[in-house]
Design a protein around this ligand. Structure first.
Ligand SMILES: [Fe+2]
Length: 129
């Protein structure tokens, strides 16, 4: 799959949150580049889950008190992504076979979700936090 690179047009106007997004993209890129002999997939997903939680907490803290359109829907999309990620991590522990079968679609979904979330949902707070 193509290289996942953050672009200036993806800036949400807050350098700390932009850096978080870059870090999440980097972890997803490592998942895309995953080879069993060179990386530990369980470790990569643990890192993605931890950093996602950390980032969402930061973003939600900054949005709290600001007049963000559709905040409830934004928070809901964070919670459902966390749930999805958690269930994928569980599915990966079931067997090596389920891992291989899932990995391509999981990778594609991660890329689409993050890019779509930054460009559509997160842009709603640009200039407000
Ligand atoms: Fe968000």
């Amino acid at each position: 799959m193509s290289e996942l690179e953050w672009q200036e047009s993806w800036s949400v106007g807050n350098p700390v949150l932009d850096d978080d997004h870059k870090k999440l993209l980097a972890i997803i890129q490592m998942i895309s580049d995953y080879r069993p002999e060179s990386a530990d997939l369980t470790q990569l997903f643990a890192e993605l889950e931890d950093y996602t939680k950390y980032h969402f907490a930061r973003e939600e803290g900054l949005m709290d008190g600001a007049d963000i359109p559709d905040l409830a829907a934004h928070l809901k999309s964070h919670r459902s992504f966390e749930e999805w990620l958690h269930s994928v991590r569980y599915a990966f522990t079931v067997s090596q076979e389920s891992r291989s079968l899932l990995l391509d679609s999981v990778d594609e979904y991660l890329r689409k979700w993050l890019i779509n979330h930054i460009l559509k949902t997160d842009m709603d707070y640009k200039g407000l936090i």
